[in-house]
Each structure stands twice: as structure tokens, then as C-alpha cells.
Design a protein around this ligand. Structure first.
Ligand code: CTP
Ligand code: MG
Length: 230
């Protein structure tokens, strides 16, 4: 039987946002980011279980309040809580370890709180179509340059061949487990999968799946949240 498990890393501190609460628990329009992200996953209708990875030492009442506010009138999907680690990869690894029954994983940043359910459906659709690794991608609007340690430009890759990558990223469970068992670091889960030589397929991303990182992002999310249909 297939089990699509969504791992939601929510264990970061949110240093760049600069709030006192860990970022994933900061409210957007009154609802914690992690609750909005979980609600989007549930609303997609393609997720069998959600695993929220929380910061070590966060009081249980804050976790409970966030996770009871997330589901509202949506159909019940089991939500499991596990404790994360110092780096995002440690947090994702904790989620993988806790879910030996998963056949497919979605790994979805709590900070991408406004991600449309349709995007989540596209990722899972591409997994079911036979891809082992799927990421949402957007065309890059800025010109991207590489620089050296002194800040001098060393190159300008052709923008037409660049994409900004979002979450949820989808994987067959075997591929994600193998990627995390291998040595190495990467800035996203697909980066680890690329290192073990598995092709990563892209589907259309969505600007609403932006990652709330800075105070400006939080203001943007506050202004959009009322229009996001769950
Ligand atoms: N995350 C996690 N465990 C960590 C670090 C990050 O679960 N040790 C999660 C965050 O909670 C977030 C997602 O990974 O939902 C993306 O990380 P990021 O946007 O960098 O969030 P933070 O690490 O919290 O922010 P910052 O880097 O500004 O401290
Ligand atoms: Mg971080």
C-alpha cells in the first residue's frame, strides 16, 4: 500500500526573521506558519500523513496550539510530531527515521506557508507518473552572477537555464533514504539526491510558495494570507 508522508521541517530558529518565537510558529494573519503549511498539504488531498519536525525544547502548549489550529474543517489526516536537530538536514533525517512505512515523501518547509495545494498535487502527480525525484521550479527573474571572495564577479550563467527551486520536493522513499544515508551536504533535499546520481524532474512552481525568510517576506505573507483558499 502506498503511503505519501509529508515531512514538514519546522525546527529552525528564524534568525533572519528576528522574532522571539521560532519562525515556523510565528503567526501569519493569526495562524502559525506551520499550521498554514500543514493545512495546504491536507487540502491537497494527496497526503496520507504529516510529520511536523519541531525545535527541541519548544513548550508543548505552543506545539499543540499550532497543530490544532491547522486543520479546521479539513478532512482528518494523522499528524505526528518529532524533534528536529541543529541543521535542516538533521531535522529531515529525524522525520525519515520516524517513518519506516513511507513509500513516497514530500519534504515541505513550514516557512512556505502559503503554498497552493495545486502545486502539491503537481509534485505528487509527477511522482506517480514514475519520477523518483520532483521539485517545483520557477524561472529566475534577476540576473545571477558568481563572485569571488572579494566580491568581484567571476561569471554570469545564462539565466534561461536557471530555476529557483521551492518545496514541497517529492521523492520515492527509497531514493530519499539513500540520499540521506550518503555522505555530503546540500542546500536542499534534491541536492542530496543529485549526488547519488538520480535525475530530478521539475514541475511548475508558484510564486505563492515563496519562503518566508525576512521581515519583508512576513509582511508580504500577511497581506496575502486572507486570499489563500484552504
Ligand atoms: N528547519 C528545520 N531545522 C533546522 C533548520 C531549519 O526544521 N535546524 C526548517 C525551518 O523551520 C524552515 C525550513 O527548514 O521551515 C527552511 O529553513 P529556513 O527558512 O532557513 O528557516 P530557519 O532556519 O528557521 O531560518 P534562519 O535560517 O533565518 O534561522
Ligand atoms: Mg535556516
Amino acid at each position: 500500500m502506498s503511503a505519501v508522508v509529508a515531512l514538514v521541517p519546522a525546527a529552525g530558529r528564524g534568525v533572519r526573521l528576528g522574532e522571539s518565537l521560532p519562525k515556523a510558529f510565528v503567526p501569519v494573519g493569526g495562524t502559525p506558519m506551520v499550521a498554514l503549511a500543514v493545512a495546504g498539504l491536507v487540502a491537497s488531498g494527496v497526503v496520507d500523513r504529516v510529520v511536523v519536525v519541531v525545535p527541541e525544547g519548544l513548550p508543548q502548549d505552543i506545539i499543540d496550539a499550532a497543530l490544532t489550529s491547522s486543520l479546521g474543517a479539513l478532512p482528518p489526516v494523522p499528524v505526528q510530531v518529532v524533534v528536529g536537530g541543529a541543521q535542516r538536514t538533521d531535522s529531515v533525517r529525524a522525520g525519515i527515521t520516524a517513518t519506516p512505512d513511507a513509500t513516497h515523501y514530500l519534504v515541505h518547509d513550514a516557512a512556505r506557508a502559503l503554498t497552493p495545494p495545486a502545486l502539491i498535487g503537481r509534485v505528487v502527480g509527477a511522482l506517480y507518473a514514475g519520477n523518483d525525484a520532483v521539485v517545483p521550479a520557477l524561472a529566475v527573474v534577476d540576473t545571477i552572477k558568481s563572485v569571488d571572495a572579494a566580491g568581484v564577479v567571476t561569471g554570469t550563467p545564462d539565466r534561461a537555464g536557471l530555476r529557483a527551486i521551492q518545496t514541497p520536493q517529492g521523492f520515492t522513499a527509497d531514493v530519499l533514504r539513500r540520499a540521506y544515508a550518503a555522505e555530503g551536504a546540500a542546500t536542499d533535499d534534491a541536492g542530496l539526491v543529485e549526488r547519488i546520481g538520480v535525475p530530478v524532474h521539475t514541475v511548475a512552481g508558484d510564486p505563492l510558495a515563496f519562503k518566508i525568510t525576512t521581515p519583508l517576506d512576513l509582511r508580504l505573507a500577511e497581506s496575502l494570507v486572507a486570499q489563500v483558499v484552504r
